[in-house]
Design a binder for this molecule. Structure first.
Ligand SMILES: Cc1cc2nc3c(=O)[nH]c(=O)nc-3n(C[C@H](O)[C@H](O)[C@H](O)COP(=O)(O)O)c2cc1C
Length: 348
């Protein structure tokens, strides 16, 4: 079905196509059965002591303002991350700001945290409880005078609705945000967050979403700080502002974050590096270029406990989750694996 309408969708501006998708998903008309696969039990896994049906998640950025997560759960995702949500609603960068790189199976975006803001988003979450495992990704407003305060405001307001909260320090489209990857800046952010959650008795798993562009020497202290401040998971990775050389699409030099297939190897390599040091102590959510059973398998073997995807769904449509699950189940069966968690890190 998607292959029939794809040529028409791809004639529309990418952001307009996305808005159209959100509008239609608001009707929540999809029958769940369409996206079911057999023998999914082999994919059942655990995160933060909760069982989930499968490790395939939707990455942050698709449902930025938490409008359609329950429709999206029907596609078969084991987890969905909404956001990035900022304290105040904001428009983001001027349009156009999303670019398809069709031949590269990639995308460049410089949206800049466009979202409806904390108040509207928490109202939606309150009135429509999620039918699956839901993460909420938070970040600061572009014009904020105190970015740490912004993270705290978000945590305080949305924690009752989240199964986990992602501290997003890695979007390349909010100037200066990635400075939070510096050792002392990260230490200060995580210290403030820990003190705040302790003081307010907020006990929600927190994850940190990192950039794929961090240097080798930043990995060690990032892991140390994650452990020190009891961050429960690390999401690897956000989009890259590098790796344009081998792209063929005409938009390859647009400013913004690159996602999809051209990010796959970069994120896998970083996952491997984190996994070798973390040794399974802290779950890794692997993101970047997941679009098939094989790419999912490779990411899990690199060390990811769970996966997320976004760009793959643009190219493959809503059937992508079903396709990945069926292909992954096939691979696991051929390898006589009993449960998907057995392969995590075996190729790191
Ligand atoms: C259009 C678009 C918007 C995104 N917005 C966000 C965002 O708001 N917050 C965030 O943490 N990541 C955001 N991302 C990054 C994705 O969550 C993901 O980390 C990245 O796209 C790599 O995965 P993929 O190759 O499967 O797309 C966005 C990605 C895209 C393509």
């Amino acid at each position: 079905m998607f292959s029939l309408i794809k040529p028409f969708i791809f004639k529309i501006d990418p952001e307009a196509a996305h808005n159209l998708a959100i509008k239609s998903l608001k009707y929540n008309f999809l029958p769940e059965d369409v996206f079911k696969v057999d023998n999914e039990i082999i994919l059942e896994t655990k995160i933060f002591n909760t069982k989930i049906k499968n490790p395939i998640g939707l990455a942050a950025g698709f449902d930025k303002s938490a409008e359609v997560y329950n429709s999206l759960f029907k596609f078969g995702f084991g987890l969905i991350e909404v956001g990035t949500v900022t304290p105040k609603g904001q428009y983001g960068n001027p349009k156009p700001r999303v670019f398809r790189l069709e031949r590269d199976k990639g995308l460049i975006n410089r949206l800049g945290f466009n979202n409806d803001g904390l108040e509207k988003v928490s109202k939606r979450l309150k009135n429509n409880s999620p039918s699956g495992f839901l993460g909420i990704n938070i970040g600061p407003n572009k014009d904020s005078k105190n970015r740490i305060e912004d993270y705290l405001k978000c945590i305080k307001e949305i924690y009752p609705f989240a199964d986990y909260i992602t501290i997003n320090i890695s979007s390349p489209n909010t100037p200066g945000l990635r400075d939070f990857h510096n050792e002392s800046t990260l230490q200060n952010l995580l210290k403030n967050i820990t003190e705040f959650t302790k003081k307010n008795n907020i006990q929600k798993p927190l994850t940190l979403k990192v950039s794929p562009d961090i240097a080798e020497n930043e990995i060690g202290y990032t892991i140390e700080l994650i452990k020190k401040f009891k961050i429960k998971g690390v999401i690897i990775s956000n989009t890259t502002d590098k790796n344009r050389e081998n792209l063929t699409g005409i938009h390859k030099n647009e400013i913004g974050g690159l996602s999809g297939e051209p990010l796959s190897k970069i994120s896998n390599n970083l996952i491997k590096k984190f996994y070798r040091e973390i040794k399974g102590e802290i779950p890794i959510i692997g993101v970047g270029g997941v679009s098939s059973g094989l790419t999912a398998y490779e990411k899990l073997k690199s060390g990811a406990n769970l996966l997320q995807l976004y760009t793959g769904m643009i190219y493959e449509g809503p059937g992508i989750v079903k396709k990945i699950k069926a292909e992954l189940i096939d691979i696991l069966k051929k390898e006589k694996i009993k449960n998907v968690s057995e392969i995590v890190g075996t190729g790191s």
